[in-house]
Design a protein around this ligand. Structure first.
Ligand code: NDP
Length: 322
């Protein structure tokens, strides 16, 4: 089967299309034939070396497809089931084996492309707006990179629970997209002073929670946007990692809370995984969250897909099609 591997870290050019033997499921595993493969910003961190991994490896931790075979002892799935997963490696390939208890069933009515585009990004939203910091109706929330994969789902889900959303985006076209999705206020963060705008919108108070996946470039603006006892949820490094947190800066900002969550600590058990995926699929089925697949690339063009993602040229989610 075809797979995208890398044996050294670096730019998109380290990604190589290779021919490998299809894996067979060990006890407890399922073999999944991929129909659509999710592309996530974390894939670029693995490729660049920001998040070290053992090499060589097949990149990618999200896909949807059909169970082709099950390993000994697997009762959760049978051949023919429609499934998806978020996490691990081996995703950028025609097929992959995964532990059955890390795989979720895709409900009827959700197609494979939507599942692959939404599972990792949507569970991230579920975890961080409902469990990391439980957002309440009526609260004003700052969401950076709001037209991106995670950002689009976050804006819609926050609106569905009755929050007021201040979105930041990198271009006019993305601003229009964020408004269409329901954002109440949109800030062009490459041109405008984000903290000053947030203070203006909130009558000087600031927001009780800010979701920052941009990292380095938005760190100061996010700190400056928080209200007294506000939460800084730092969950990504699209522009590079956020700097070291200075405790006295949190004091001066008004007894702020800084947290740096990863989805995988919020779906660590199979029960948590199933509950998070079910909540996401409910939001999709109800029409409250629409998943935009902004770009699709053939599997062989994984390097081009990474170039697009890292140059901020994408909107919504991106897929590789095997
Ligand atoms: P996106 O589709 O959101 O793409 C990243 C976006 O970030 C870009 O489109 C761009 O939007 C913005 N951005 C700002 N500065 C830069 C920069 N210097 N280089 C590139 N992009 C920049 O990606 P994903 O939806 O896959 O992921 C969004 C973020 O969420 C990532 O940081 C990812 O690591 C994080 N994440 C974290 C998880 C966790 O468990 N902690 C889980 C899932 C995702 P614009 O043009 O509007 O500026």
């Amino acid at each position: 089967m075809r797979a995208i591997q890398f044996s050294r870290t670096g730019g998109p050019d380290v990604l190589e299309l290779v021919e490998v033997d299809p894996p067979s499921p060990a006890p407890g595993q399922v073999l999944i034939r991929h129909e659509a493969i999710g592309i996530n910003f974390i894939d670029t961190y693995h490729r660049s070396g920001l998040y070290p991994v053992k090499l060589p490896t097949t990149l990618g931790g999200e896909a949807a497809g059909v169970v082709e075979a099950v390993g000994e002892g697997v009762t959760r799935f049978k051949a023919g089931d429609r499934v998806a997963y978020a996490g691990g490696f081996g995703g950028y390939a025609e097929a992959n084996v995964m532990a059955a208890d890390r795989v979720v069933r895709v409900p009827d009515g959700v197609d494979a492309r939507t599942a692959a585009a939404a599972l990792l990004k949507g569970m991230t939203v579920e975890a961080f707006i409902r469990r990391c910091y439980p957002v309440q109706a009526g609260q004003t929330v700052l969401v950076h990179a709001a037209a991106g994969g995670v950002g689009q789902i976050m804006v819609q889900w926050l609106k569905a629970i009755g929050a007021e959303v201040i979105a930041t985006v990198g271009s006019e076209a993305k601003a229009a997209r964020a408004r269409d999705l329901g954002a109440d206020h949109v800030i062009l963060y490459r041109e405008q002073d984000v903290a000053a705008e947030v203070r203006r919108i909130t009558g000087g108070k600031g927001v009780p929670v800010a979701y920052d996946s941009v990292g380095k470039d938005t760190y100061e603006a996010t700190l400056g946007s928080l209200s007294r006892r506000g939460w800084f949820v730092s969950f990504g490094n699209a522009s590079g990692p956020a700097p070291a947190v200075e405790p006295l800066r949190l004091l001066r900002g008004g007894s702020l809370v800084f947290t740096r969550p990863t989805l995988f600590d919020f779906v660590a058990t199979t029960e948590e995984l199933d509950a998070s995926a079910a909540a996401l699929f409910d939001m999709i089925a109800s029409g409250k969250v629409k998943v935009e697949i902004g770009q699709t690339f053939p599997l062989a063009d994984a390097a081009k897909a990474h170039e697009a993602l890292e140059s901020r040229a994408t909107v919504g989610a991106s897929l590789l099609i095997p």
